[in-house]
Design a protein around this ligand. Structure first.
Ligand SMILES: NC(=O)c1ccc[n+]([C@@H]2O[C@H](COP(=O)([O-])OP(=O)(O)OC[C@H]3O[C@@H](n4cnc5c(N)ncnc54)[C@H](O)[C@@H]3O)[C@@H](O)[C@H]2O)c1
Length: 498
């Protein structure tokens, strides 16, 4: 496992408006409902401890359940080496939380006066270098920071449900917010796998909720006037624009809709309809009859499936979509790719530091766990997953030796030429495993590795793999000499892992 390596924050002079914000090891949560639970799951998964505060003691059980529910989807999101999970504790005393936290995220109900009162109280207990962020869906940070001690560290950090899978977090500063607080928050959120989007200035509803509300207002009108049911309106998104929106927003998509001249042509063609306009700006009255239509419509769409069942389905496709987008390095997939890159690099750096002083023997570079979906009909890890695990161990070794994205982008790579696997014992679902690796041979163009896969609980040997790699020029696809410095590092590893 990678050791903890929480992000460094800050910049500027201490004690002023640009005070250095502290390193985040412990996240304090204020309010542990749907959004607080999502923050807890995400932070714990990426190795941050969480101290959660809620006025209702019964929320502890709810919170632990929410974290457990999120685990399956989070575990499938990336196989990159993660730091050890964070630890979760719960309190009903806001002051206890505020004194322990390095960063506080507020997630209490959307009422301005309540938030103002509680944020002011928390700010009296939390040291001035602790950033305090609010999950508010639409309130203005200038209003939220009004009664706070050290209001310069307050900002809005608006996430999206489920917080543990959606990377977007909108960052909004108020009149008194220090730029250093926003920069520190952005670094922390990136560290836990998110995409911080910093707003140029505060506006009610931030960016996304204004867009979502415009759509929702129109839905309410159309349902109210029996133009369409909730299901038909959802179909009008799901089968069309929704698929585009996962990777390209409305503006870029409309640019494509304008043909060769792009947005200019699009505006000429469709601009006049904006004046009609097609849509209504004011929300309809929420009458009992409209509420009934919305509720019966969505119940029909749920077709007897519980909220939990639908959440699982939603989580599964959110994981799958992000993995596909990662291949295209676009949108949320680009965020996932950047996160994985950092995790692999931290893991290689931690291994170098650990092994640097440890002397010889095989390198233990990969820790993993048998995922439930790796299991065959006998309840054992299936054949193809052995290749995956050994492939990951090879990647870890090459990264350790300095083969990184820069090396690959220079048109050089190591391709697999031969793999021989032997099986010795079984690994079952959820079994913790580790791989040790030796370099058997390095020459001008070839590297031969030997991996041993072990069960963590008793160190039993589960399987071995001997693999031959050929160094190639990726432009010609032909074997080419290894980079001299890389060859030297691999020879050093060979000598040390004999
Ligand atoms: N639900 C969403 O989809 C969503 C998305 C993004 C942002 N938000 C925002 O996140 C915030 C929380 O929303 P939610 O949906 O999680 O609400 P929720 O009702 O599920 O949870 C609120 C929690 O706050 C606790 N609480 C109330 N007063 C408290 C106090 N004084 N101290 C500590 N805890 C207190 C409640 O007991 C409850 O557990 C709101 O500002 C909301 O606008 C919600």
């Amino acid at each position: 496992m990678t050791p903890r390596h929480a992000p460094l924050q800050g910049g500027g002079a201490r004690n002023g408006r640009d005070a250095i914000m502290r390193q985040v090891r412990t996240l304090g949560l204020l309010g542990t409902g749907v959004i607080g639970g999502g923050w807890a799951a995400r932070a714990l998964h990426f190795g941050i401890d969480v101290v959660a505060a809620d006025t209702k003691p019964e929320m502890e059980a709810w919170l632990r359940g929410a974290v457990a529910n999120a685990e399956g989807a989070l575990a499938r999101l990336t196989f990159a080496p993660l730091p050890p999970k964070g630890k979760l504790s719960f309190t009903t005393d806001v002051a206890v939380m505020a004194r322990q936290a390095d960063f506080i995220q507020e997630n209490i109900p959307e009422q301005l006066e309540l938030k103002q009162r509680v944020l002011a109280e928390v700010s009296r207990h939390a040291p001035a270098d602790v950033v305090i962020a609010s999950s508010t869906s639409g309130l203005m940070p200038t209003d939220l920071q009004r009664d706070m001690t050290a209001p310069h560290r307050l900002l809005v950090a608006h996430p999206f449900n489920p917080v543990y899978l959606l990377p977007l977090v909108e960052l909004v500063g108020g009149r008194q917010t220090a730029p250093a607080a926003i920069a520190a928050a952005a670094r922390f959120f990136s560290y836990i796998g998110m995409h911080p989007l910093t707003l140029r200035r505060e506006v009610p509803g931030h960016l996304t909720d204004r867009l979502q509300e415009a759509l929702w207002r129109e839905i309410l009108h159309m349902v109210n006037e029996d133009v369409a049911t909730t299901g038909e309106l959802d179909d009008s998104i799901v089968y069309g624009p929704g698929l585009r929106w996962a990777a390209m927003g409305t503006n870029l998509i409309y640019h494509l809709a304008g043909g060769e001249t792009g947005m200019r042509h699009m505006l000429r063609q469709f601009g006049p309809c904006l004046k009609w306009p097609w849509t209504k700006l004011e929300a309809p009255e929420l009458t009992e009859s409209l509420i009934d239509k919305m509720v019966t419509g969505t119940q029909a769409q749920a077709a007897g499936r519980s909220i939990r069942e639908l959440e699982r389905l939603r989580d599964d496709y959110l994981v799958a979509i992000q993995q596909v987008l990662r291949e295209y390095n676009i949108g949320a997939g680009a965020t996932l790719r950047a996160l994985e890159q950092r995790l692999y690099e931290s893991s290689a750096a931690a291994a170098r530091a650990r092994i640097g002083g440890a002397g010889g023997g095989p390198l233990r570079l990969l820790e993993t766990r048998v995922r439930p979906e790796w299991i065959d009909y006998h309840g054992h890890m299936t054949d193809s997953r052995y290749l995956q695990v050994f492939g990951d161990a090879t990647d870890a070794l090459f990264r350790y030796a300095g083969v990184d994205d820069g090396y690959r982008q220079s048109g050089r790579a190591l391709y697999t030429a031969e793999t021989r696997v032997t099986h010795h014992a079984q690994a079952r679902s959820q079994e913790a495993l580790y791989v040790t690796t030796r370099v058997l041979e390095v020459d001008d163009q070839r590297v031969r590795l030997f991996h041993s896969l072990h069960r963590s609980r008793d160190d039993a040997l589960v399987a071995t793999a001997e693999q031959l790699y050929v160094h190639v020029n990726t432009a010609t696809g032909k074997a080419a000499p290894l980079d001299a410095a890389l060859r030297e590092r691999l020879a050093g590893i060979q000598a040390a892992t004999r």
